[in-house]
Structure formats: structure tokens, C-alpha cells
Design a protein around this ligand. Structure first.
Ligand SMILES: [Zn+2]
Length: 170
């Protein structure tokens, strides 16, 4: 994407929020992530504006398997200060975990469709406190029990979690 196209198609569609996020106001996919359409070497492509912003800030393309992780947890945010490059899990490991654990949760909820990046996003969103588990489930198109299982560490337990926010004292 050329710089002029980047400014026109990405930067012009970002709006600041009170939390310091740069909210994408353009098209979004069904999961709530932004989607920019552009032409690259004669081919129609689309990308997450956050990924483009992060690549622009880093001065390099993200490698295969890397994704733009949002520290603020807002899927529409493309503020490079809220973004960092993270590595996608090995696909085989991810599918193995989803496949072997799904039966213990006991619902046909399509866990395998969640990537390691998705699960990290879910964990960040939950830790941020702005998203309820129900809202996260709706946003990712999975069941509430799946989000519960991720939050409780019964699914995707190999992905490191931030400390529980419940202080433990009762
Ligand atoms: Zn943000």
C-alpha cells in the first residue's frame, strides 16, 4: 500500500477516544475487527487497519504468524502505542488443544475456529474490564461457555494469563 493510500484509507478513518484509543470508523468484519480493502500488485486484498498501523510504526511487515495484539482490548483500536506484535501459536498445537479439551466443555461451539491470536485478544479484553464475557462471546461468535472456559483456563490453558483480578480475599 502506498503512503498516500495509507493516509487516505487508514489514517483518515481513525477517531480518537477518551481512553486514548484510535477507533477505526471504517468497515469491520463480523468479529468486530476493522477491514481495509486495497489493491496490492493488481490483487484485491483486505487487512486489519491495526496490523497496517503497527507495520507502519515498526517500519517492517509483520512476519507470518505474527499478529497485532491490542493492550487496550478494543478490537477497533489501531493506536500503534496500544499495539504490539505477538506470535501466533503453532497451529497444530492449537488445534490439538481445542480438539482434546472441547469434549470436556460439552458444547458444539466451534472452538477450533479461534486462533491463538483470538484467545490472547479475548484474555486482554476480559482483563481490561470493559468487556463482559457475554459481549466477548458475541463478538467472536463463540458460546459463553467457551469464553468461561478460556477465562478459567480450562481451554487454551497453555496461553499465559494475567493474574486474576479477584484479589482472593473474601
Ligand atoms: Zn486502544
Amino acid at each position: 500500500m502506498r503512503m498516500s493510500e495509507f493516509r487516505e484509507k487508514v489514517l483518515s478513518r481513525l477517531r480518537p477516544s477518551v481512553r486514548g484509543c484510535w477507533i477505526w470508523t471504517g468497515a469491520a468484519n463480523h468479529q468486530g475487527y476493522g477491514s481495509v480493502r486495497f489493491t496490492w500488485h493488481g490483487r484485491r486484498r483486505s487487512a486489519d487497519p491495526a496490523r497496517l498501523m503497527l507495520e507502519n510504526a515498526l517500519g517492517r511487515r509483520l512476519r507470518q504468524g505474527e499478529c497485532a495484539l491490542r493492550k487496550c482490548g478494543d478490537p477497533r483500536c489501531a493506536n500503534p502505542k496500544h499495539l504490539r506484535a505477538g506470535t501466533r501459536l503453532d497451529m497444530h498445537e492449537a488445534m490439538h488443544t481445542a480438539g482434546t479439551r472441547a469434549s470436556t466443555v460439552g458444547s458444539k461451539n466451534g472452538n477450533a475456529r479461534l486462533s491463538g491470536c483470538d484467545v490472547r485478544r479475548i484474555l486482554v479484553m476480559l482483563a481490561g474490564g470493559a468487556w463482559t464475557r457475554r459481549a466477548v462471546a458475541r463478538s467472536f461468535g463463540v458460546s459463553l461457555s467457551t469464553v468461561d472456559a478460556i477465562a478459567n483456563g480450562r481451554l487454551w490453558s497453555h496461553i499465559p494469563r494475567t493474574a486474576r483480578r479477584r484479589g482472593g480475599r473474601s
